[in-house]
Design a protein around this ligand. Structure first.
Ligand code: ZN
Ligand code: ZN
Length: 96
């Protein structure tokens, strides 16, 4: 079971909903990545436990290019010095 939380930047109005750290969905393990197309953070499945071919791409813009998000530094991808932290509100539990 994975819990997705709302994450908000403390410097701009950027926010995303996701695990914000390495996690696992029913479809496989995920890591948080930054889309190279639109600078959105999303959880990307890194490999399939059943060997299924993954067509991982950004939900927002469809780009397949990404860089790993440094989830310990929590830097905002959309402004210079913002930190993206978990919000207390808006917890979304994904029940497998
Ligand atoms: Zn920001
Ligand atoms: Zn994108």
């Amino acid at each position: 079971m994975a819990s997705w939380k709302t994450h908000n930047c403390n410097s701009c109005d950027y926010s995303f909903v996701g695990s914000g750290k390495p996690d696992a969905l029913m479809m496989g393990p995920t890591i948080p990545v930054i889309c190279s197309g639109c600078n959105e953070i999303y959880d990307r499945i890194i490999h399939s436990p059943i060997g299924e071919k993954l067509n991982g791409k950004c939900y927002e813009c469809g780009s397949k290019k990404y860089i790993e998000w440094d989830y310990k530094a929590k830097k905002c991808p959309q402004c210079e010095d913002g930190i993206v932290g978990e919000s207390d509100g808006g917890v979304l539990i994904m029940a497998d």
